[in-house]
Ligand binder design. Structure first.
Ligand SMILES: Nc1ncnc2c1ncn2[C@@H]1O[C@H](COP(=O)(O)OP(=O)(O)OP(=O)(O)O)[C@@H](O)[C@H]1O
Ligand SMILES: O=C(O)c1ccc[n+]([C@@H]2O[C@H](COP(=O)([O-])O)[C@@H](O)[C@H]2O)c1
Length: 192
């Protein structure tokens, strides 16, 4: 199977993430999309971060009705911060029968040259890069690289940061999340 890996903190997962995952599941050669919940991203601080299992539960709720989109807790037992190159090595060993590719927004591609061993990733894996409104420029080395596929997909300007701050202000965020994720998050009083 060819599997697209969508890495994220998912604190919380929102409709922006899900729309991209579903778009790729429906419009690419990827057989499955795995939403990999990253315990700690190398470029992020742990501030207002929910527990790994609570973030996993929300990804599970968001994806359970999508046959080809699956949550993955593969990084939970790997060293932190979670460098993607290490996870890819681990996945290759654990699932030699699968072929893995990365799903990345243009915002992340702009800082991809700062990722650990990015040259190794690029040599061995395809990257499906979707459009995202963001500052900065994509490095010329990534513009026409044979392993980087620039795809079209809906652009949804939404972030987990916005959702967390809206909740903190007591505002309604219901349309920004899959309904069952909103219900869970509201019942659990997350981010208040
Ligand atoms: N609205 C969106 N549309 C498409 N991709 C998104 C969107 N929001 C986040 N992403 C991308 O999804 C991946 C995982 O997202 P992440 O969990 O970091 O969410 P986030 O909304 O950017 O979180 P935060 O605001 O907490 O930084 C990242 O590569 C991020 O660039
Ligand atoms: O491997 C790295 O050096 C690296 C650096 C930054 C980010 N990442 C991965 O990219 C994912 C999205 O990053 P972020 O910081 O936008 O949430 C995150 O979940 C990590 O798996 C990986």
């Amino acid at each position: 199977m060819k599997i697209g890996l969508f890495f994220g903190t998912f604190n919380p997962i929102h409709v922006g993430h899900l729309i991209i995952a579903n778009h790729l599941a429906e419009n690419s050669d990827l057989d499955q999309i795995w939403m990999v919940i990253t315990p700690l991203s190398p470029f992020k601080v742990k501030q207002s971060m929910l527990d790994n299992y609570q973030r996993l539960e929300m990804v599970h709720l968001a994806t359970k009705d999508y046959a080809n989109i699956k949550p993955s807790d593969i990084e939970f037992n790997l060293p932190q911060p979670n460098y993607t190159v290490n996870t890819l090595v681990y996945l290759k060993e654990k699932f030699p029968e699968h072929q893995f590719a990365l799903i990345m927004g243009e915002d992340n591609l702009k800082s991809f040259h700062k990722w650990k061993n990015y040259e190794v990733i690029l040599e061995e894996y395809e990257i499906y890069c979707y459009p995202r409104i963001s500052n900065g420029k994509i490095e010329t080395q990534f513009d026409s690289h044979p392993n980087i596929h620039h795809i079209t997909a809906p652009v949804i300007e939404l972030s987990s940061t916005l959702i967390r701050s809206q909740i903190k202000s007591g505002n309604n965020v219901r349309p920004m999340l899959p309904e069952n994720v909103w219900k869970y998050l509201d019942e659990m009083n997350f981010y208040k």
